[in-house]
Design a protein around this ligand. Structure first.
Ligand code: GTP
Length: 194
């Protein structure tokens, strides 16, 4: 058996940007259209292989609603990795993501690996590359009932901010399973080896 490395991951971001959906997509390979706000926090684990190692990710899915803000330090304490998520169709959620990043950079463990993730690109991008290779595409195609929405945060703006702030950066769709696994594997690859 390969040695198993355990990593603690915290997911932060404004309410309804898709944190729970993103984590469920990665861990359970499913997606729910209905939004049920997280209360307090959720916890899910997933073990996956990365080269010759088994990585066990212990993921804390925090609640985005403001009334839960004060709980966040409990979840990023001792975390080696973090995902800060925003919704590419809502500029205000990008502003909130920057505030989370500043908080993590001040208060979280110093070598924490942070990924900035712009989710819901399916709402504004009808030609996502490699979309048709996504495993669950047959089940979760474009949402007929969902309106096209204008993008409010450009990829350039966000990737430039991420580069300046020393963050990994991805755009994703939890709904279409686009780039989801990549976020977790790249985060794991960037954790300094003890
Ligand atoms: P809190 O628990 O309140 O912090 O919210 P959250 O960030 O966990 O959001 P959640 O995952 O519950 O998703 C909110 C809504 O967005 C749900 O209706 C989801 O179906 C929808 N959603 C999540 N990810 C995507 C996505 O990639 N694309 C689209 N179109 N909708 C998404």
């Amino acid at each position: 058996l390969s040695p198993q490395h355990q990593l603690k991951l915290v997911l932060l971001g404004e309410s309804a940007v898709g944190k729970t959906s993103f984590l469920r997509r990665f861990v359970n390979a499913d997606f729910a259209e209905k939004w049920e706000p997280t209360v307090g926090a959720g916890f899910l684990t997933k073990t996956f292989q990365l080269y010759d190692k088994m990585i066990k990710m212990n993921c804390w899915d925090t609640a985005g609603q403001d009334r839960f803000h004060s709980l966040a330090p409990m979840y990023y304490r001792g975390a080696q990795t973090a995902i800060v998520m925003y919704d590419v169709t809502k500029q205000a959620t990008f502003g909130r993501a920057k505030i989370w990043i500043r908080e993590l950079q001040r208060q979280a463990p110093p070598h924490i690996v942070i990924a900035l993730v712009g989710n819901k690109i399916d709402l504004c991008d009808s030609n996502i590359p490699d979309l048709h290779n996504s495993n669950d595409h047959d089940h979760f195609g474009f949402a007929e009932h969902e309106e096209h929405q204008d993008r409010q945060v450009t990829k350039e703006e966000a990737s430039q901010y991420a580069a300046e702030s020393g963050l990994l950066f991805f755009e994703t769709s939890a709904r279409l399973n686009f780039n989801v696994e990549k976020v977790f594997t790249e985060i794991a690859q960037h954790v300094p080896v003890e």
